[in-house]
Design a protein. Structure first.
Lengths: 271, 101
């Protein structure tokens, strides 16, 4: 039995910025690093975590049956075949949203925390009940956003709510970073986002086509030990989460050659 | 100022969009965080100016009341240049509400 387990909410406010992809990859990466990890799909309306993990065909019971006590927790947990340190507790039926309360989520997470070192909660988009229920069950949070005005604005709303609910620490992952656009100042800089949101940066994930390839296959990038930029970023996030000091990549240093040099020259503050 | 900024100016190009994004975000977040719409802020600004104008003559054209945010703390910042203090007789202050205990 895990003595002190961590319960971490993964949220963003805006949809489609990479919550579920982060949850899946972080879950696998933590498991590979030897931590007993469970990922909980708290997005009952639009569940997808099972699909990204390639576990969609192995679901028998869900959080709903566990709550209704019509099955045991271990019957509902889906163990990942290639990475046995990782399990998924699938989201129940969307109709659960009608009656689910923060206490229900707390009771599920409480059960999971007894068996696992880390509980990752994949939060639904939005700031309504689904988010509030999930947030009530977590102690820490990772807010994921992209360098776009709408995503940053929504992240700011979520951070405000997390602070009121007393989650701590709340850390930031900046996703889908395009170094070239940042260098040309056509994308918010990393510092812009961290200054505005005032959160410590847990990781930077570069835009990476391999993410789409991996979701097609239902095999998170961290599973295959891929060396693609996003895969390395996710593994590094997992290591930093464990307190390891892994330096962040510098998007400005990505790209060598004359073009990148000229770009850097253009960015230099001359007065 | 960077080389890029200078080139943009020389060629009359629009500034890079990241700057615009940052400015728009800062403004919209100041409103989000305080739950004040631009209209309410404008109303508050007018009322603050009215109150201040009772005591001192202020430069209305150069006055500015805005929300500024740093490190998730939002402050209401008023910058109101004072032209001159009003003479006692000019002050339209209602003291009837004051009590002398």
């Amino acid at each position: 039995m895990a003595s002190i387990s961590r319960t971490i909410l993964i949220c963003s406010g805006k949809g489609g910025v990479g919550k579920t992809t982060l949850t899946a990859n972080l879950g696998i990466a933590l498991a590979r690093q030897g931590h007993k990890t469970v990922v909980l799909d708290a997005d009952f309306g639009l569940r997808n975590l099972d699909l990204l993990l390639g576990l969609e065909n192995r679901i028998v019971y869900t959080a709903q049956e566990v709550l209704a006590k019509s099955c045991r927790l271990d019957q509902a947990l889906v163990k990942h075949k290639q990475e046995p340190n990782l399990a998924l507790l699938p989201a129940g039926n969307p109709r659960m949203l009608e009656w689910l309360k923060p206490e229900d989520m707390q009771s599920i997470v409480g059960m999971l925390a007894k068996q696992f070192d880390t509980v990752l909660i994949d939060c639904p988009a939005g700031i309504e009940d689904g988010f509030k229920n999930a947030a009530a069950a977590a102690r820490e949070a990772i807010v994921i956003t992209t360098p776009e005005v709408s995503a940053v604005r929504d992240a700011d709303r979520v951070i405000g709510l997390l602070n009121t609910q007393g989650l701590s620490p709340v850390q930031l992952v900046l996703n889908r970073v395009r170094p070239k656009m940042m260098a040309n100042q056509e994308m918010l800089a990393v510092d812009d986002v961290t200054d505005i949101l005032a959160l410590p940066l847990l990781g930077l994930v570069l835009e990476d086509e391999q993410v789409i390839v991996s979701t097609n296959r239902g095999e998170p990038l961290t599973l295959s030990g891929s060396q693609s930029p996003a895969a390395r970023a996710y593994s590094n996030i997992a290591r930093r989460l464990q307190g390891e000091d892994v330096p962040l990549i510098d998007p400005a240093k990505e790209g060598r050659g004359l073009r990148a040099k000229v770009r850097r020259l253009m960015q230099k503050k001359i007065f | 100022m960077t080389l890029r900024d200078i080139l943009d100016k020389l060629l009359g190009r629009q500034p890079a969009s990241a700057t615009t994004a940052r400015e728009r975000l800062q403004l919209v977040l100041a409103h989000d965080r305080t739950d004040l719409s631009p209209e309410l802020l404008e109303q508050m600004r007018r009322e603050i100016l009215e109150v201040v104008a009772k005591y001192v003559e202020i430069d209305l054209d150069h006055g500015d009341v805005s929300l500024e945010t740093e490190d998730r703390v939002t402050a209401l910042v008023a910058n109101l240049p004072i032209r001159r203090p009003l003479a006692v007789s000019e002050r339209s202050i209602d003291r009837s509400g004051e009590s002398f205990e």
